[in-house]
Design a protein around this ligand. Structure first.
Ligand SMILES: Nc1nc2c(ncn2[C@@H]2O[C@H](COP(=O)(O)OP(=O)(O)OP(=O)(O)O)[C@@H](O)[C@H]2O)c(=O)[nH]1
Length: 296
């Protein structure tokens, strides 16, 4: 695990398709092809239409390929939102990341990557809490990451109450003066009532144990799953609220456009992109880089 680095594939061909519309390259067929590729890349129907309209308004006859690409880039750029990971820094007191997401999206790996990233930013006291007690394997997996990274993991026996894990973790995090506590949560999205109750319970415990702590709800989404990921975001946002998202498997997604509808339709800013399977494969979300890559 966490050894292979996957090749980047990209959505892609979007940029060359747009550039090729310039001058004599324009045809209804090539415009349709572009529409299809935009939709397949998951940027969303409204943004797809906006890009097509902007290109037509710019006029494909006179514009260079690069100018058409710039027009498309401007549309995409306008909708993107960033959550600044620098909001958590070494000179602040306890910040709690509640990590949300359904099983299989890369949640556990992302927690390990976040811990690695923040440690590299100079945070010295970081703990992890194995709050996905619904799945025994998730607890073990987090413990393994913690052992490999030399980062403390608070866990209880299988089937323990997630809130009890957080209770313990907060006790020790406050005592150790942790700067960051990253808490896994169970991702049973199909049971919205349970999701709400679990998060409400966690919030009450934080309120009681660490009222000064700042809390950020991070939703982990698998960027290869397109509309599914958006649906998950919708449910989590409605049930418990979401402050920012991490999009995993960006490296292996041919359609990584979901940051656009995520920001645009659900108003969830993106914090990081997961770019591979090693601990170092986490990149703060940059609008410019993303726009360049989507339209490469
Ligand atoms: N290529 C790639 N793989 C990733 C990324 N993030 C996670 N993975 C892989 O995705 C798989 C699932 O990741 P986990 O962290 O186990 O996912 P989880 O959400 O805890 O899901 P379960 O453990 O299946 O419930 C693992 O094989 C990870 O190595 C990423 O950004 N890029």
């Amino acid at each position: 695990m966490l050894l292979r680095k996957k090749k980047k594939t990209g959505p892609r061909g979007l940029g060359s398709l747009i550039r090729a519309l310039s001058g004599a390259g324009f045809s209804e067929k090539s415009l349709e092809e572009l529409e299809e590729l935009l939709l397949r890349s998951d940027v969303g129907a409204n943004t797809t239409q906006e890009i097509l309209t902007a290109i037509e308004q710019r006029g494909t006859k006179a514009a260079t390929g690069q100018e058409l690409q710039d027009v498309a880039a401007a549309v995409v750029r306008e909708h993107l939102r960033v959550w600044d990971p620098g909001m958590i820094s070494a000179d602040q007191s306890l910040h709690i990341l509640l990590v949300l997401g359904v099983n299989g999206v890369g949640k556990t790996t992302t927690i390990a990557k976040l811990a690695t990233w923040y440690r590299e930013q100079g945070l010295q006291r970081i703990s992890l809490a194995a709050g996905d007690t619904f799945r025994a394997a998730a607890v073990r997996q987090l413990q393994l990451h913690g052992e490999r990274l030399g980062i403390r993991v608070v866990a209880q026996q299988d089937g323990a109450d997630a809130a009890a894990v957080l209770y313990d973790a907060l006790d020790s995090s406050v005592a150790r003066e942790d700067q960051l506590l990253i808490t896994d949560t169970a991702g049973r999205m199909h049971n919205k009532k349970h999701l709400v109750e679990e998060l409400a319970k966690m919030n009450r415990i934080i309120e009681r144990k660490a009222p000064q702590a700042r809390v950020t709800r991070v939703l982990v989404l698998d960027s290869t799953t397109g509309q599914n990921a958006l649906r998950q975001a919708e449910v989590f946002k409605e049930a418990v609220g979401v402050d920012c998202a991490v999009l995993t498997k960006y490296d292996s997604s041919a359609r990584a456009g979901i940051a656009v509808p995520l920001c645009r339709n659900l108003e969830i800013p993106v914090a990081f992109l997961g770019t591979g399977e090693t601990y170092a494969d986490l990149r703060p979300f940059s609008v410019e880089e993303y726009v360049q890559e989507i339209l490469a």
